[in-house]
Write a protein that binds this ligand. Sequence first.
Ligand code: ADP
Ligand code: MG
Length: 421
Amino acid sequence: MSDLLAAWSDAEGAARARDLFSATYGGAPAGVWAAPGRVNIVGEHTDYNGGLCLPIALPHRTFVALRPRADRTARFVSAQEPGVREVDLDAVAPAGAPGAVEGWPAYAAGVAWALEHEGLARPGQIPGFDLAVDSCVPYGAGLSSSAALECAVAVALDDVAGLGLGADDAGRARLAAACVRAENDIAGAPTGGMDQAASLRARAGHALLLDCRDGAARHVPLDLGAADLALLVMDTRAPHRLVDGQYARRRQVCEDAAGVLGVPSLREVADDFMVGETTPEEVLARLDDAEQRRRVRHVISEIARVRFLVTRLDQAPGDQLQGWALDKVAWALDASHTSLRDDYEVSSPELDLAVETARRLGAHGARMTGGGFGGSAIALVDADRARDVATGVAGAFAAAGYAPPAFLLASAAAPAGPVTA
Ligand code: ADP
Ligand code: MG
């Protein structure tokens, strides 16, 4: 039987972060804050195309204990990384520039930098701080441990600097934008914005329908437990292959295709189908380049799948998700994987094996999730079958000679905030 990676309770996560804080810096932190990783149900590689996506916040969270300082020095320690690091907040420079912050503290220092550069805090308003991090969000699994770290730091700094942005969704959208800037500019990692929105703007018991064109968010009820279903996350733990260049290339091809079609983003094309102004075939026929045609076909069909799934969930949020309604959801999840594999070409042999095995063992739909080239896949399974499916997938990996995968159960959990436990 395969183990499922458990989420820490607030009390456990807070105790871990506090203990690391005291052992490293002495004394107690001013508080503990936490932010979740996320898993996307459908809507992949749509965020940077102004499209739609449908993530949930995971019950797995990153905890940060923080105490402000009287100066502008920031110190960083993480249970997941060696050593204590120190950064002068007045000297934070963009990735690649002289003085750039090396390694993981870039994600955290980047948030302090971005709050000021996005105009959310006055210059110097963010104090220096001592920070201790501990997390049960797996790294590099496509579950956005990077956004969990940024967003935990963001809500912590929001509180200690008295910005008040965490109080409502509009403020949280601005915090999310600052976290995106931290990751893009200071950590030097491209990200489209879905991860930070999910971590800061999701709601427990709901999926987050995020419109990446205007940033509008709607909470769509999602109670899988009521339908005796579970969402199994299968972390392939396979090394990411070529991921940096490939992600940038996908973005570029989409941008080029939008240029050929004369629209600001591929979202506009997807919207035209809604009023019958054009058809997917007509749009694709206007693209001479075969690669552009494949990528565009993925993006526009994926946006349609988000719309479809949301319609289904609106009508059958929980206990009615069965019979033909469940079959349709399964079909949409499976079609998303096929599209990502064949048209967007971001899957991997490990992801394909996880998906195919889960389906063979009775999953109601399975797909890769996140950016691809490694990372995780999801399978919608009968709740009482989750462990058996995990065991079967682990067996298939062993038989194929792949490293052992890891598993966890996802449910729609709460967004970033202070931890009172
Ligand atoms: P993902 O976001 O899919 O987990 P990324 O490569 O985007 O993968 O982000 C992982 C990186 O984020 C790590 O290599 C590290 O630099 C940083 N990070 C995430 N969580 C932590 C943590 N708990 N402590 C220190 N650094 C972290
Ligand atoms: Mg990440």
